[in-house]
Design a protein around this ligand. Structure first.
Ligand SMILES: [Zn+2]
Length: 165
């Protein structure tokens, strides 16, 4: 069970992202009070997909049996979140802390900054996006068989206090 005894700080971020091509869909988040992972970085920001992401997209598509023509990987915007974990504001009264969140209809993926190089976390979120592109109705469900079959289940020991979304 996650600790909720600290009142989470609600952050409003992304207001300076006027240069982004599209508005950030997650326009604020809560964190648990442990502060920024990297003091020199903004709380969140758009980043260029890392070189290895291209291969990871291919692995995800192949494993999920999604045709390459359905993958719109160049449309996806990646945002880092500069905290150990985060809870998107729409989570409501009992925020669910996560290390990744995918807004597939908007083709935006948010990842806790320490996880942007972690294959399991990034490919897990890519899988949600790929399932959406493949018109899978419950693309947002971690109960989909593809996560287990492709080794993309999130392990709790990897991320104390956080789960993926
Ligand atoms: Zn998930």
């Amino acid at each position: 069970m996650l600790s909720h005894n600290l009142a989470p700080a609600i952050l409003l971020v992304f207001t300076s992202l006027t240069n982004a091509q599209r508005p950030a869909i997650m326009n604020g988040f809560a964190h648990d009070g442990r502060g920024k992972q990297f003091p020199n970085l903004d709380w969140a920001g758009l980043y260029t997909p890392l070189p290895q992401y291209e291969d990871w997209w291919k692995e995800v598509a192949h494993c999920a049996h999604v045709r390459p023509s359905m993958m719109r990987i160049n449309s996806v915007q990646f945002y880092y979140v500069n905290a150990v974990d985060f809870a998107p504001r729409e989570n409501g009264e009992h925020p669910k802390f996560v290390v990744g969140a995918t807004y597939a209809t908007f083709e935006q993926i948010y990842i806790a900054v320490r996880h942007i190089t972690r294959p399991t976390t990034v490919k897990h979120e890519m899988m949600h996006q790929a399932l959406f592109w493949a018109r899978v109705r419950d693309w947002n469900s971690d109960e989909r068989p593809e996560f287990k079959r492709c080794g993309l289940e999130m392990r709790s020991e990897d991320q104390p206090g956080a789960r993926e979304l």
